[in-house]
Design a protein around this ligand. Structure first.
Ligand code: SF4
Ligand code: SF4
Ligand code: SF4
Length: 515
């Protein structure tokens, strides 16, 4: 006689991929996390003893996620770290000696004030009565910290708030250049560039790269993302840059249901505009101030890549976007192309980029010149321009004249698309964070990984220290948290009564005394 069990074992509906650490999005306490694949998507799940379970979408295509992991490569140790290892990641930023990568890109937020009050602003900036504006001495210390850590830093980005309204912004650009930093980027909404010709003339003298907020062409997009119709300002800012010979990256924040249908049009416009060398797409960072979102339905890098392949099929395929190996490869993907008035040809059609990247990524003893050249091209410090391309070709034994001749034609340019998905308090994964190569430089001499700065509590800590005004701990404006949330004076959300007692105060890190 056979026995029929009255209960059957069932299979899980997900594949367990890894154990990691994250934070509770409400109180920011460090919690265990697990990464799972389900329905060809990758999710992070975690549980806080006080606030319960949270789950967020990390990558909307599991196959692309797995494929990107082979681009991971050994990081480079910075010359100097600024903090000690004490409480573990992400409480010890930074950089602490456990960090796995040097800083390809350092960011200095020179102020909190802005001439806009965008409904989305991860910096929680705007027309605010408090906040801070850095002094020359503070910026000097920050630049010196960066130089001591990097030796010869590749790129520093001056950001804010709105950096162009800081009265000393031109001096800050010159100070960075005087320290031998190769590329200085100015992160701007473009309003001053559009309206102040004398300022643009001064910028032309210094030649920073302009990182221009540019979310799309439709009125609804501008109102949803920036609260104002800025289309005429963007047009005038770009005309001014073209006249002044300033190179521009268009930076598009992309939010689900708002402007994802404009991604292809932004690329087409960028290719056709003489001043534009690249487009950076950033799925909206759900830190600071932002619209209500669903953490399980958000946009990820995979979505943006697929949108471009759908919206510009004559130029792009999914395979034209290569995960960047200097940071964790799911953070950022890039595509290089040669552009002319007829359109573009991605590099992936001209040479076997993967073969070279595999070579630099997966070998311990890769030829230093090959490694250096390709790393610079496919890294967060990649400065748009033909120089790095030609150097990479030379190093790899390719005939650079092929590209040099192509780029010699005045109608042609090197055109780069970068897609970067910043982490938020829902998606923060220390495995990814520990290899971050984009650091916020703070006036007390720390280099804090950008996603930790925005998610863990460091931003609130630094603003409070610099302004002397108490800053409520920011909590994501996420649908599952709505019953807990109230609005801060800056428009972001905090939990309950915003009392600091609810937050694990270790989460703001410490630093070693700067000598
Ligand atoms: S993110 Fe990096 S610097 Fe910060 S605690 Fe982790 S390992 Fe250290
Ligand atoms: S997103 Fe930029 S332009 Fe908008 S308020 Fe924030 S700092 Fe200002
Ligand atoms: S800033 Fe965030 S998304 Fe970018 S490299 Fe660092 S961890 Fe990755």
């Amino acid at each position: 006689m056979t026995m029929t069990p009255d209960r059957q074992k069932v299979d899980r509906d997900e594949v367990f991929l890894e154990y990691t650490k994250s934070i509770c999005p409400v109180c920011k306490t460090v919690v265990d996390g697990e990464v799972n694949a389900k329905d060809n998507k990758v999710f992070l799940r975690k549980r806080c003893a006080e606030h319960g379970q949270f789950e967020a979408l990390l990558y909307s295509d599991a196959e692309m996620y797995f494929d990107s992991l082979r681009f991971n490569k050994p990081g480079t140790i910075p010359l100097e770290t600024q903090t000690e290892v004490k409480d573990g990641c992400p409480l010890d930023c930074g950089l602490c000696p456990e960090h796995k990568q040097h800083a390809c890109l350092g960011i200095i937020e020179v102020n909190t004030n802005c001439n806009l009050d965008c409904p989305i602003c991860f910096a929680d900036s705007g027309h605010q009565p408090d906040g801070y504006s850095l002094t020359r001495e503070q910026v000097a210390l920050m630049l010196d910290t960066f130089v001591r850590s990097e030796g010869e830093p590749e790129v520093v980005m001056l950001s804010g708030g709105e950096p162009t309204i800081h009265p000393e912004i031109l001096t800050f650009i010159a100070m960075a250049q005087d320290r031998g930093i190769r590329s200085v980027m100015l992160n701007t909404n473009g309003i001053r560039l559009a309206r102040d010709a004398r300022f643009v003339d001064e910028l032309a003298r210094l030649g920073p790269h302009i990182y221009l907020q540019f979310d799309g062409f439709e009125l609804e997009t501008h109102l949803a993302m920036r609260g104002r119709d800025l289309r005429a300002d963007k047009e005038r800012a770009l005309e001014a840059c073209e006249r002044a010979g300033l190179h521009v990256t268009l930076v598009a924040a992309v939010e689900k249901g708002v402007n994802e249908h404009e991604a292809g049009a932004i690329v087409r416009f960028g290719v056709s505009h003489p001043a534009v060398m690249s487009v950076a797409f950033q799925p909206v960072t759900h830190s600071g101030r932002h619209a209500v979102f669903d953490p399980l339905e958000r946009l990820t890098n995979a979505d943006v890549i697929m949108l471009l392949a759908e919206q510009v099929p004559e130029w792009y395929r999914v395979s034209d976007f290569i995960p960047v190996p200097c940071c964790f490869p799911t953070c950022r993907s890039m595509s290089y192309a040669i552009a002319d008035e007829d359109g573009i040809v991605p590099f992936t059609r001209l040479l076997d980029v993967e073969r070279y990247l595999d070579y630099v990524s997966n070998r311990f003893f890769a030829d230093v010149s090959v490694r250096g050249a390709f790393e610079r091209m496919f890294s967060s410090s990649a400065a748009p321009g033909a120089e790095s391309l030609l150097q990479a070709c030379r190093s790899c034994g390719l005939d650079p004249s092929v590209f040099a001749e192509m780029l010699d034609d005045p109608w042609r340019k090197l055109f780069v698309v970068v897609i970067q998905d910043f982490q938020d308090p829902y998606t923060l994964n220390v495995r990814q964070l520990m290899k971050c190569c984009v650091e916020e430089i703070t006036p007390d001499g720390r280099l804090i990984p950008f996603c930790a700065y925005n998610s863990v509590g460091y931003r609130e800590q630094v603003r409070e220290q610099l302004s002397g005004v108490r800053v409520a701990p920011v909590v994501p404006n996420a649908r599952p948290l709505l019953p807990l949330l109230r609005t801060t004076p800056y428009g972001s959300k905090t939990a309950g009564n915003g009392s600091a007692a609810r937050v694990d105060t270790r989460n703001v890190g410490r630093r070693l005394d700067v000598k």
